[in-house]
Write a protein that binds this ligand. Sequence first.
Ligand SMILES: Nc1ncnc2c1ncn2[C@@H]1O[C@H](COP(=O)(O)OP(=O)(O)OP(=O)(O)O)[C@@H](O)[C@H]1O
Ligand SMILES: [Mg+2]
Length: 437
Amino acid sequence: MRSLRNQLVLALCVLVSVVGVVQGISSYQLSRAGMSALLDLRLEQAATRLYSSGLADSLPTIAARGSQPEGDIVVTIWKEGVTSPYRSTEPSLALPRDAEPGFATRSVNGENWRIYTLREPSMVIQVAQRSRVRHELTEARSMNTLWPMIVLVPLVWIAVLLVVRRALRRLTSLGAQVQAIDPTHFKTLSTSGVPTEIRPFIASINMMIERLAQSIETERKFIADAAHELRTPITALQLQADNLQPHIAPGNRERFGELQSGITRSGRLIAQLLRLARADAALQPDTLTRVDVSKVVVEVVAEVLPIAMKRGIDIGAEEMTSAHVRANEADIGIALRNLVSNAIRYTPDGGKVDLSVHLRDSMVWIEVVDTGPGIDEALLPRVFDRFFRANTQTEGSGLGLSIVQAIVNRYDGMASLRNRDDGQTGIVASVGFIAVP
Ligand SMILES: Nc1ncnc2c1ncn2[C@@H]1O[C@H](COP(=O)(O)OP(=O)(O)OP(=O)(O)O)[C@@H](O)[C@H]1O
Ligand SMILES: [Mg+2]
């Protein structure tokens, strides 16, 4: 009963049912009273017509007993001073002559009769009808007045259900929209078609979304600025260390080497941080071009070829479908470089890294397959998290895949990482972007 829809449907259906029942009962009662008045009118009219038209005398003197159908009215005429009826359409029925003028209900021959008595100086005319017949007539007619209600009420229930469901559908879809808000892609909710009562609610959610997006943007800018600012001193430090190298005493060479690699590591971390902050920023539409994906793949392979060769890793791009995407070319390069650098970094010497490009479901997929150890299935869902590292023996900042994710988000693309399922160990890393002709 927490659901607004159920509450509304129940309340409206109960209301409709109550109105239906009340309306049904009252129309039934009114119809019965009306029918009864009509039947009375008929008795009264029959009596007055018999008297005023002088037709009373033309009734047969001796009617056969019990010859009248049950439903018919019985007429009995009495003459002043004579004790037995002067005329009667049903002689077996002894109507009470002394009945008060007007209408009366009396029991005659063990049955209830509705009797109209017209008392005139020369005669008494009594017109009677069985109460049971009257009851059957009024009952049957009045029952008929209930049919529209009996049919309409369930129809109104269905209508209520449909109307309420339709009215709340927009609310349900809004709920789904709120649930689907992507923290990397803040979009305010649309108010078109939203019921007026819900608008203030949507407006406050939108305000909150905007504030959240703003604070995330401020934070992103801070990280980007900090990383950018840190680059210069780190470069200077590296330069100074390089200049100092020839002057280091042989006994201190090892420790100095550690210092140098520490500086290099910091430099890499800062560079990755800066890339991530940039990939998170809103896309500048004027930087978009039609990018030839194969060209980027060839460039990246050429870039890493020296490192791969040094480690005896066979890197190649075999299946290369010609495909284009609309993007900032640098973004595609950065995403791919991160995947390829992972493949090379985590694949042991003498391994193999294969790149391929294919079109599937109007998406361009770039796939990087390696022969490394793969990743523990339990850790796979977390590899796109910032600073997450599944393998701590090899150096890295844990930001590469977060950068890939941020870049695909920018273009409504997809990124995925899975273990190979062709019997070999290794990773299949892929990114998909929307293809353009
Ligand atoms: N091809 C791969 N084979 C095995 N493990 C992988 C592979 N690619 C990624 N991983 C695992 O996923 C983790 C996250 O990768 P990610 O690229 O985000 O960070 P990183 O490589 O550690 O650091 P960075 O790329 O920023 O220098 C890695 O630490 C590694 O354990
Ligand atoms: Mg990496």
